[in-house]
Design a protein around this ligand. Structure first.
Ligand code: UDX
Length: 440
């Protein structure tokens, strides 16, 4: 059993804290947000994540997990301090490090015994060295410390199993011994553990996310070409994926990536390259294609309805992906804004993200379920591929709509079946019809 403090109870911090507690360590989670901490003490989760609430409750009951707003209390016995605070996007795509700076300074000011500071927040390459500088500047004594970078690869919606069954654990430090101590914490997971230097570990995170985003933009570009040539991108991706060198994951064409990581990390990596005089052409193309996917949906609606002025469009799904209530960089918001600009009325429904949607996009009129959303709509766009949308009574949906126009931004329906049901149906990259092109 080790004593661990985790600073920041967002997705990464909370999941990291509770999972380390579940592995038998004593974990104190620290956050300056009193509302979040008070809620957690009462068992109220600040985020929606399957399995999280039960795991938190179990470990609190077992006395291994606690929450506090006090750094002093959190750090008192900690041998390891994980920094997992937010690194939002700043100006120009540069990551905003104010919360990391605050955390590093607070740790330094209270440090009265040796500590290993482990950085989990996604931070620009070089931040680990900068954190070490801050700690050296603000610590009161010469007490020993080391900084280790330990990037997270958790996906929202499956964050707990991603933590417990990682493909790999990456640790970077100039202090090998410290990195090896952190490695011990991960040994029960029986995953490959890679130890490298600080900057390389930080870069692995950016390169991984940028590569995954590139796969998505790649398949979206292929989808657009499929529309022009009469091929079906879903089949194309399946056929490609059988090649072991390619694989099936992250080849779903659609409205493009969103969320708190990919958009921010691709931009930040491009920014880091540019300020060093490099030309990240591929990363720029990845971002451009992603933006284009949102516009493509609006273009498909215009093809179906003519002008969008005065039309009512229903967005089926608002979260940036299923199994989360996260609306950060959600394609639904970008699409809604373009629709508003074109003079349309926008309605929306999501199984869990309605509360966040109300906050982030108050102009979207919310419906109680998919059927009340459909009533009176001139078109529906599937923006998030929630499972519950795959089994809708589509005849009922069709009959409730002003016009049976459905743009399937996630390719969850079968085009032939939808047309048989009498829908004007357009997917993303599923043959000639999707681009409005004539078959020749
Ligand atoms: C991602 C990374 O997967 C994770 O390793 C990292 O640490 C944080 O960022 P997350 O943002 O939770 O996790 O979502 P993810 O499941 O990776 O999906 C990202 C976006 O890509 C979503 O908007 C999703 O809809 C989109 N996507 C994903 C596609 O459009 N097509 C695909 O084939 C896969």
């Amino acid at each position: 059993m080790k004593n661990i403090a985790v600073i920041g109870v967002g997705y990464v911090g909370l999941v990291t804290g509770v999972c380390f507690a579940d592995l038998g360590n004593r974990v104190v989670c620290v956050d300056i947000n009193e509302e979040k901490i008070e809620g957690l003490k009462k068992g109220i989760m600040p985020i929606y994540e399957p399995g999280l609430e039960e795991l938190v409750a179990r470990n609190v009951r077992a006395g291994r997990l606690s929450f506090t707003t006090s750094y002093a209390e959190g750090l008192k016995e900690a041998e390891f301090v994980f920094i997992a605070v937010g690194t939002p996007e700043g100006v120009d795509g540069e990551a905003d490090l104010q919360y990391v700076r605050m955390a590093a300074r607070s740790i330094a000011e209270l440090m009265d015994h040796p500590m290993i500071i482990v950085n989990k927040s996604t931070v620009p390459v070089g931040t680990g060295d900068w954190v070490a500088d801050i700690v050296r500047e603000y610590r009161n004594s010469d007490v020993e410390f080391a900084v280790v970078s330990n990037p997270e690869f958790l996906r929202e919606g499956s964050a707990i199993s991603d933590f417990m069954y990682p493909d790999r654990v990456v640790l970077g430090s100039l202090n090998r011994e410290a990195a090896e101590k952190v490695a011990q914490l991960y040994l029960p997971l029986r995953a490959p553990i890679m130890i490298t230097d600080l900057r390389t570990a930080e870069m692995i995170k950016y390169a991984s996310n940028a590569f995954l985003a590139t796969r998505i933009s790649f398949i979206n570009e292929i989808a657009n070409i499929c529309e022009a040539l009469g091929a079906d991108v879903k089949e194309v991706a399946t056929g490609m994926g059988y090649d072991k060198r390619i694989g099936h994951a992250f080849l779903d064409a659609g409205v493009g990536y969103g969320g708190s990581c990919f958009p921010k990390d691709v931009k930040a990596l491009a920014y880091m390259a540019e300020i060093k005089g490099r030309h990240p052409q591929l990363l720029r193309a990845v971002m451009e294609i992603n933006n284009y996917q949102r516009r493509a949906v609006v273009r498909k609606l215009e093809e179906a309805l003519g002008t969008l002025r005065g039309k009512t469009i229903g967005l089926l799904g608002l979260a940036f992906k299923p199994n989360t209530d996260d609306m950060r960089e959600a394609p639904s918001v970008h699409i809604a804004n373009m629709l508003f600009a074109a003079g349309a009325k926008v309605r929306g429904y999501d199984p869990v993200a309605m509360r966040n949607a109300r906050r982030v996009a108050p102009q979207i009129e919310l419906a109680d379920d998919a059927y009340s959303l459909a009533a009176g709509c001139d078109a529906i766009v599937v923006v998030t591929e929630w499972n519950e949308f795959k089994q809708l009574d589509l005849e009922r949906i069709r009959d409730l709509m002003n016009r049976p126009v459905l743009i399937d931004g996630r390719n969850i329906y079968d085009p032939a079946t939808m047309r048989e049901l009498g829908f004007y149906y357009r997917g993303m990259g599923r043959g000639y019809e999707d681009s409005g092109a004539e078959r020749r």
